[in-house]
Design a protein around this ligand. Structure first.
Ligand code: HEC
Length: 174
């Protein structure tokens, strides 16, 4: 039977483990004390975890009905021509595996079509909350602020197929 420290304290080539670890740290481009390496994203969060609140989605809906409904329609499916659907396959196909940050920036910088950027970031965040609720993502306990989105750690995962309000099915049946 092996003793408790067998193979742990010693290195195969006779280099003490701590020297080996030090050399690895030196050779590693993003070694100790450096900023967070840019290739490694912070632990990402999923929209399935509930990243907005019901109250926020309700606020977003009120704005939507004033500013967006004319083109994107009450069911958020657009007009089937120039104006795209914001839910179902139309959403998932375009945004799956992208960052929520990119979606937010695109929205803020292009909508409403006649006055991009005019609503202010908190309102755009509310609109995102409303659209996410309509796509079929669950709400949670924390509001989705522009600052939270700006951390760029939220990834757009396809909504759960069995989400109560999922619109994937009717859209794909089109
Ligand atoms: C005058 C009509 C009009 C209004 C009003 C309007 N949109 Fe749009 N929206 C469009 C058109 C047209 C596009 C496609 C633009 C493009 O592809 O460049 C679009 C694209 C989008 C997209 C991108 C969709 C995607 O998956 O790429 C989002 C999100 C969006 N609109 C949300 C909104 C919201 C929220 C509002 C209200 C604040 C709004 N729109 C107001 C016409 C409109």
């Amino acid at each position: 039977m092996r003793s408790a420290d067998d193979g742990r304290g010693a290195d195969v080539r006779g280099v003490p483990w701590f020297v080996a670890a030090f050399l690895v740290a030196l050779a590693w481009p993003a070694g100790f004390g450096s900023e967070e390496p840019s290739e490694i994203q912070p632990a990402s969060r999923s929209l399935r975890d509930g990243v907005y609140t019901q109250a926020q989605a309700a606020r977003g809906k009120a704005v939507y009905l004033e500013q967006c409904v004319e083109c994107h329609k009450e069911d958020l499916r657009g007009d089937g021509q120039m104006t795209p659907s914001l839910v179902g396959i139309g959403f998932t196909f375009r945004w799956k595996d992208k960052r929520l940050y990119d979606y937010f920036v695109g929205l803020r910088d292009t909508m409403p079509l006649s006055a991009p950027g005019s609503l202010g970031e908190p309102t755009y965040a509310d609109l995102v909350a409303y659209m996410l609720s309509e796509v079929g993502y669950p709400s949670g306990n924390e509001e989705l602020s522009a600052e939270v989105i700006g951390r760029k750690d939220i990834v757009i995962e396809a909504p759960a197929a069995d989400a109560a309000n999922s619109r994937l099915r009717p859209d794909s049946a089109r």
